[in-house]
Design a protein around this ligand. Structure first.
Ligand SMILES: *Cc1c(COP(=O)(O)O)cnc(C)c1O
Length: 415
């Protein structure tokens, strides 16, 4: 008799080296497959936050800007994120939301681009905020937006292209874009590559420096577990820092912020991407949360992530009633991020019931069930249980209409 999926899951979990990191997180008996939207709480963060509030703020008060390292937190935390995305020190600054950093990156990128380059290519499948912000940035800088499928960007980049803004992993389908290939094609056309790493940082190797990425942004509350609304980050490759002209040159990015001089003079290095006073409470939670990555190799995270999504897909195919769900996540490992997206005609009712039965994923309207796999705290038994409960829910919720048997990515209209 062949081994059951439950037996295989047990064996895979036993052999899994990364499984030991699970105890670093505050988890309960639910299967949490939404860490691609809000990462789980690392168990040591509450005590750290209690200290930040009671001692650093409560007792040291203003002295903490210096004595508790508050003032330099944006660069210091940036340097801790750097190895996770393949960047050398001094190129990442933490602060503001991803949306705000998209604005800084697109406007500064347009200002860095050569004269006469008047178009900005934007991933048409993008998370909406990136498209909205890029459109406004283009209006401000006098550029034209060209929405494209990421696969068409290399062919479309030409001598009028200033830059392209691309998502490394599509938030709906989980498709991983070819960052090295697209970046190289943009460079060959004389254009800059701006990447959004929200769904890849902490899930897979990014290789910002190795692939010559120009500018990048990302959030820290998904795979990096920084907490709700944790500050985002901006990467400016060292070779661009001297000419990086921020559209939001707040006093925190001044060469001499406490000189309080009327004229603006940009600081050197990554901190030129700072704007105003950093949100220390969120920054502190993020900084503590990053401790879970000590001793973790992102290559190992990637290997487990692929094994988990493969195993989950295999379980879903074996368990789910015929024709009720169709995966829109690429089968090829080279094109898969760390989530599985299933189209299902009854997706809203199915996800609500899944959550009620202790399997937490999320819904992307109208019909995508999304399951994120965070290898530091999700195991193979979780994947098996999620697929089994999904099959039970599908049996209990009657089918409304057959799902189109297409695995084509769901393309969002350009923003
Ligand atoms: C999550 C996500 C964002 C979030 O932007 P915020 O400004 O943090 O709300 C932006 N872009 C992409 C691609 C995302 O996945």
């Amino acid at each position: 008799m062949s081994e059951s999926f439950e037996e295989r899951a047990r064996a895979l979990d036993t052999a899994d080296e990364l499984g030991k990191h699970r105890e670093k997180f505050a988890l309960d008996s639910t299967v949490y497959l939404d860490g691609n939207s809000l990462g789980a709480l690392p168990a040591h963060v509450p005590a750290r936050m209690a200290d930040v509030i009671a001692r650093e703020w409560g007792e040291l008060r203003i002295r903490s800007w210096d004595e508790s390292g508050w003032w330099t937190a944006p660069e210091r935390i940036g340097d801790r994120i750097a190895p996770l995305v393949g960047a050398a020190e001094g190129q990442i600054v933490v602060g503001d939301s991803t949306s705000v950093n998209v604005f800084k990156a697109v406007v500064a990128g347009a200002r860095l681009a050569a004269e006469g380059r008047d178009e900005i290519l934007v991933d048409a499948t993008t998370f909406p905020t990136d498209g909205y912000i890029a459109e406004s940035a283009a209006r401000l800088t006098g550029h034209r937006i060209v929405p494209l499928d990421p696969a068409d960007i290399p062919g479309a980049a030409g001598d009028r292209t200033a830059l392209a803004l691309v998502n490394h992993v599509d938030y709906r389908t989980g498709r991983l874009q070819d960052l090295p290939g697209i970046t190289a094609a943009l460079h060959a056309a004389g254009a800059l590559a701006v990447w959004d790493l929200c769904h890849s940082a902490g899930a897979l190797p990014v290789g910002l420096d190795a692939h010559g990425v120009d500018l990048a942004v990302g959030c820290t509350y998904k795979y990096l577990n920084g907490g709700p609304g944790a500050p985002a980050y901006l990467y400016v490759a060292e070779r661009h820092q001297g000419r990086f002209d921020s559209p939001l040159p707040g006093w925190n990015s001044h060469a001499d912020p406490f000189g309080m001089t009327p004229g603006y003079r940009a600081a050197e290095g990554a901190l030129r991407g700072r704007v105003g006073t950093p949100d220390i409470l969120s920054m502190s939670a993020l900084e503590a949360a990053l401790d879970v990555w000590d001793g973790v190799r992102i290559e190992d995270v990637r290997a487990k992530s692929l094994a988990l999504t493969d195993f989950f897909l295999e379980c879903v195919r074996a368990y789910a009633p015929e024709g009720r769900v169709v995966s829109v996540t690429p089968e090829e490992h080279t094109a898969r991020g760390s989530q599985v997206a299933l189209r299902c005609a009854e997706a809203p009712a199915v996800m609500a019931e899944l959550i009620r039965r202790g399997v937490v994923g999320d819904l992307r309207r109208p019909d995508v069930l999304r399951f994120g796999f965070t290898p530091l705290y999700v195991g193979f038994a979780d994947a098996e249980r999620a697929a089994r409960v999904l099959a039970e829910v599908l049996r209990d919720i009657p089918a409304e209409a057959p799902v189109a048997a297409s695995s084509a990515p769901v393309v969002m209209p350009p923003a």
